[in-house]
Design a protein. Structure first.
Length: 410
């Protein structure tokens, strides 16, 4: 359904700019994590418990803005082009980090985090840019690189934040502002507009909200089913950042070092799968095969984590769990091929909203289930029961995936 990409000469630097931009989104989030408790105590004058409450409010507000603004920014990029939307967002992001570095009140911090949530919603626009300049055969591979860049950013962010925190509470924010500004300059030099005037469409508020975007995209053949699969996977895999630390301590008695090592290994596995293995998988298995392998890997690994009580076995499962990283790039490529050139931003913005919705809802569900099946007041002492939910979601995705893929053009 989509028009052929322009395929401008010299795509390497623009693609590199996009990957750096998305890695910075992830790094920026992780970079400030080590110092956020101290910053909140500074601006509120309260103890750590109150700072934690404010931390929850800031995280929730950030995610809500991503839900609300992902489709809007995606639609704006379908109207005005990818380049101005991305560069403006980077400019605002850099200024926003500077405000956080100078903020002296909790309300200024709160406002800055809301704005940060809006600017970080450019994930969809950046992905749409990649879709614009890629052939159908290149899309899954390049979407895999996007996932790898994000994964690398999440690995690097907290580590860099911890190092910079030694220089002071505000140092990570100054660093994030400087890096965003440098990337803005790089993008202004190398980025070419990917959306030609003929492929642009008028902006509509009716489609620039999450519900309108889902309705518009869901009407296209097969897209409603694909959106459901994507939402299921997004909700399923949030179980790792939300519960893994508590689960590993409760079930295996791991130390913080062991927990951190397992998370780093998982992150590295996802980077390798989405950055390297996806190319081999698509070439040998096609998109359908790659998605089926990834979904089966998720189903098996989640099911095993629900019942095992051996930490060594859990570590051995990490490579299998990482294979689930094959699903998202192939699924995004499949959906991208089914929408017109002037809907790429709308599609990717809707997907960004689904991710943010998962980030809001999943922690509430997973923490409650974990609490019911661990500790002295547990219904049944089985902490792994929390992984039944993502296992069932993986099964649902598998059931929905197979009939939908029979019509796959690739």
């Amino acid at each position: 359904m989509s028009a052929q990409p322009e395929r401008p000469a010299g795509q390497t630097l623009p693609v590199l700019f996009i990957l750096i931009t998305l890695a910075l989104d992830a790094i920026g989030f992780g970079l400030i994590m080590p110092v956020m408790p101290d910053l909140l105590r500074e601006v509120t004058g309260e103890d750590l418990a109150h700072a934690a409450l404010w931390g929850g409010v800031l995280t929730g507000g950030f995610a809500v803005m991503q839900v609300l603004c992902g489709p809007m920014i995606g639609n704006l990029s379908d109207r005005f082009g990818r380049k101005p939307v991305l560069l403006l967002s980077l400019a605002v992001l850099s200024a926003d980090y500077l405000v956080l570095a100078l903020a002296g009140t909790i309300w200024l911090v709160f406002l800055a985090r809301l704005i940060n949530g809006v600017t970080s919603a450019t994930y969809g626009t950046a992905t749409a840019y990649i879709a614009d300049i890629s052939t159908p055969e290149q899309k899954a591979q390049r979407f895999g690189l996007i996932g790898a860049a994000f994964g690398a950013g999440f690995i690097m962010g907290p580590a860099l934040g911890g190092i910079l925190a030694e220089l002071g509470t505000r140092a990570p924010f100054y660093a994030a502002a400087a890096v965003a500004a440098l990337n803005l300059g790089f993008g202004a030099l190398v980025m070419r507009e990917s959306l030609t005037p003929i492929n642009r469409r008028p902006f509509s508020w009716r489609r620039a909200n999450p519900f309108g975007a889902f309705k518009s995209i869901g009407k296209l053949p097969g897209l409603g089913r694909f959106l459901t699969i994507y939402a299921a996977f997004e909700f399923a895999f949030i179980v790792y950042p939300v519960i893994w630390t508590y689960f590993a301590i409760a079930r295996f008695g791991w130390t913080p070092g062991q927990v951190g090592g397992s998370l780093a290994l998982y992150g590295l596995g996802m980077v390798l799968v989405q950055g390297v293995l996806i190319r081999v998988a698509i070439r040998l298995l096609g998109r359908r095969g790659a998605m089926l392998v990834g979904t089966l890997a998720a189903l098996v690994s989640f099911s095993a984590l629900a019942v095992i009580d051996n930490g060594t076995v859990a570590m051995m499962l990490i490579p299998l769990s990482s294979l689930a990283g094959l699903v998202s790039p192939a699924l995004r490529a499949e959906m991208s091929d089914r929408v017109a050139a002037n809907q790429q931003g709308e599609l990717q913005g809707a997907l960004a909203s689904l991710h943010a919705i998962g980030m809001i809802g999943a922690p509430l569900v997973y923490t409650q289930v974990f609490a019911r099946f661990s500790g002295d007041q547990a219904i049944l002492d089985l902490p792994g029961m929390v992984f039944i939910i993502p296992a069932l979601l993986s099964l649902l995705a598998l059931l929905l995936l197979r009939p939908a893929q029979e019509r796959s053009p690739v």
